[in-house]
Every structure is written in C-alpha cells, then in structure tokens.
Design a protein around this ligand. Sequence first.
Ligand SMILES: Nc1ncnc2c1ncn2[C@@H]1O[C@H](COP(=O)(O)OP(=O)(O)OP(=O)(O)O)[C@@H](O)[C@H]1O
Ligand SMILES: [Mg+2]
Length: 234
Amino acid sequence: MISFSHVYKTYRGNEGRENHALRNVHLEIEKGEFVFMTGPSGAGKTTLFRLLSAFDRPSSGRAVVNGYDISTIPARELPFFRRRIGVVFQDFRLLRDRSAFDNIALPLEILGERRIQIDRRVHESLESVGLLDKKDELPDQMSGGEQQRISIARALVHRPGLLIADEPTGNLDPAMSSEIMRLFERANAQGTTVFVATHDHTLVQSRAKRVIEIEAGQMRDANPTGDTWRSMTT
Ligand SMILES: Nc1ncnc2c1ncn2[C@@H]1O[C@H](COP(=O)(O)OP(=O)(O)OP(=O)(O)O)[C@@H](O)[C@H]1O
Ligand SMILES: [Mg+2]
C-alpha cells in the first residue's frame, strides 16, 4: 500500500543551505496495518503525510502509494488518487459556514454521488461517531472533541483504503483521545489501513501496534514501549 525507498524531501533555506525534512526514508506499510508514528516537533511527520496524500512530491527517491508513484502522478489522476485516502488534521479543518452534516457530505459531493446516497451515508457516518444529534450545528457550536469526530467522519465517509491522521488528539483530553482511537481501530477492523502521527506516548504504549519513530527526517521501526528493534534507515 505504501512503499518508500531512498526518499528525501529537501528544503533550501537562507544562503542556499539544504534542510532535509526527510532523509533517506525507507518505509513499507501493508494493506490493513495500523501504524503509529512518533517523533519530536520538526522531525518530519507532516512532511511525510503531505507526500502520502500527494500534496507535495519527494525531492528524490521513490514514493509509491496505492500503486501511484507520487513523483510522476499526473494532475488529472489526483482526484482518483485522493478518493482512496482520508486525512485527519490536528486542527480539524472543517468549513466554518457549513453544518456538521454538510461538512461530512463534501467528499461525496466531490465524487458526484447521488443526493439520496449522500444522505444515507452521512447519516450512518454521523451515527458511527455518536453525533447524529449535532448534524445541523456549525463547527463553532461544537467542542473540540466533537469537531474532531466530525472531521474523522468526513475522512471516512467515502470509505478510503488508507486513513492518515496528523496529531489528531493534540488538543483533546485523555477520554476523548481514547474515543478517537476507538474510531480508528474500528475503521481498521473494517479493512482501512491506518497511519497516525502522535506526540501522546500513553496512547501508543497502551496499544500493541507497530510504532515508527522519526527524528530529524530519519525513520526507524520501534516496538510500542519505545525500544528500537530494527533500523529502517540504511
Ligand atoms: N514549506 C517548508 N519550507 C521550508 N522548510 C519546511 C517546510 N515545511 C517543513 N519544513 C521544515 O521541515 C522540517 C520538518 O517539518 P514538519 O512540519 O514535517 O515537522 P513535524 O514533525 O510535523 O513537526 P510538528 O510536530 O511540530 O508538527 C522542519 O525543519 C521544518 O522547518
Ligand atoms: Mg506536524
């Protein structure tokens, strides 16, 4: 599903100095996996996710997602590529002038689904995150945890094969963070590959999942207690 080899993402700073946000990254994630990524601020987590969703391209190396080479994917193919991916952001990124219902409906509208189908799917989706009673509320009328659950419903409503979540619980209390993880685990049980970046070590340690550590653009597999067991960079 995800196959990176020798991937670099390099930014040129002042005076032409190179900053490798990603440095010789090798990464293999199979269909159906649930993977956490941990690493300090500036390590390259968001940079990696921007490549995975083809919002950015690698500077060098080979990055393949769902059979598409991110370096060469033509603009006209991007809608087909993106419909198989769901993205969750730390700051939700809901449209402020649209209700919860209409935010979740958006990906289906973009795909050109029929209205009756959209209504049914959005209802199911609101129910699955426990927020059917909030369907007509605007984002500003909801708590942070509620907004994040709406954004997760939006990311999953078109049933993507891959869900990537960039610090989805960064602003939430422990109970809400666990609830968010349960939603991800349920999506994973239904076949969606899940890749979550987080700073929250208690979330990671209480679950026996694959953990990838990233630091200064370099990546390696670790076990859930944080001990490195296999070097992913060569
Ligand atoms: N558009 C850009 N132009 C130049 N440098 C960038 C750009 N985006 C990211 N960087 C640099 O790349 C490195 C990795 O940034 P990134 O945003 O991926 O980190 P992160 O792991 O997501 O951090 P955080 O936990 O704070 O979100 C940083 O050194 C950052 O300054
Ligand atoms: Mg980030």
